[in-house]
Design a protein around this ligand. Structure first.
Ligand SMILES: O=C(O)CCC(=O)C(=O)O
Ligand SMILES: [Fe+2]
Length: 175
C-alpha cells in the first residue's frame, strides 16, 4: 500500500516507507452487539481516522458507511476484501491530493457485527520530526495548505478536546 500510495502521488515507490509514516500498527478488534432500536443510536459515530492509513476488515453484517457529497453511502462487505481508508495525516502530507474519508457504522437489529481495524501511524523516529506537506509535491501553483507541526501537537488536539472533537485538519490549515 505504501508503494502504491507513493506512486500515485508521483513520488518514488519507496518514498512513504522511507519516511516511516506508516511504520507503527495498532489493531482494534470491534464488537457491535445487535441493537433493538437502531434508529436511536450509532455503532460508531461520524469521524475520519487520525492516522495515515487504516486497513479495515468487516464481517458479512455490513453497516459501514462513507460520506460522499453529503450523502451516506453503504460500503457493502466483500468476502476476502480489506477496506483502505485514508487518514487525516495522509491528507496533510499529500497537501490534499488524498482526502481522508468521513465514515460511521450504523447500528443494526442483526448481529453481532465484528470488524478489525489496523491503524498505521509513524514510527517513534518519524514522530520526533516535524510533519508538513511533502516538499516534492509543492510548487508556486500548488503551495502548502498546511503548516508544519509536531506529532505531539497533533495528538494534544484530541487529548484536550476529547472523543467528539472534529479532525485536527483545520488547526493546521493555512490557506
Ligand atoms: O467498525 C468499522 O467498520 C469501522 C471502525 C472505525 O471506523 C474505526 O475504528 O475507526
Ligand atoms: Fe474509523
Amino acid at each position: 500500500m505504501a508503494e502504491l500510495l507513493s506512486e500515485s502521488l508521483g513520488l518514488p515507490s519507496d518514498y512513504l516507507s522511507n519516511i516511516e509514516c506508516m511504520k507503527s500498527e495498532a489493531l482494534a478488534c470491534l464488537y457491535y452487539p445487535k441493537c433493538p432500536e437502531p434508529a436511536k443510536t450509532l455503532g460508531t459515530p461520524k469521524h475520519s481516522d487520525t492516522t495515515f492509513l487504516t486497513l479495515l476488515m468487516q464481517d458479512s453484517t455490513g453497516g459501514l458507511q462513507v460520506l460522499h457529497d453529503d450523502h451516506w453511502i453503504d460500503v457493502p462487505p466483500v468476502h476476502g476484501a480489506l477496506i483502505a481508508n485514508i487518514g487525516d495525516l495522509m491528507q496533510i502530507i499529500s497537501n490534499d491530493k488524498f482526502i481522508s474519508v468521513e465514515h460511521r457504522v450504523v447500528a443494526q437489529p442483526v448481529g453481532p457485527r465484528i470488524s478489525v481495524a489496523c491503524f498505521f501511524s509513524p514510527s517513534v523516529r518519524a514522530a520526533a520530526k516535524p510533519f508538513a506537506p511533502i516538499k516534492e509535491l509543492l510548487s508556486d501553483e500548488n503551495p502548502a495548505i498546511y503548516r508544519e507541526f509536531m506529532f505531539r501537537e497533533y495528538y494534544e488536539h484530541y487529548k484536550t478536546k476529547g472523543d467528539h472533537v472534529g479532525s485536527a485538519l483545520l488547526r493546521f490549515k493555512i490557506r
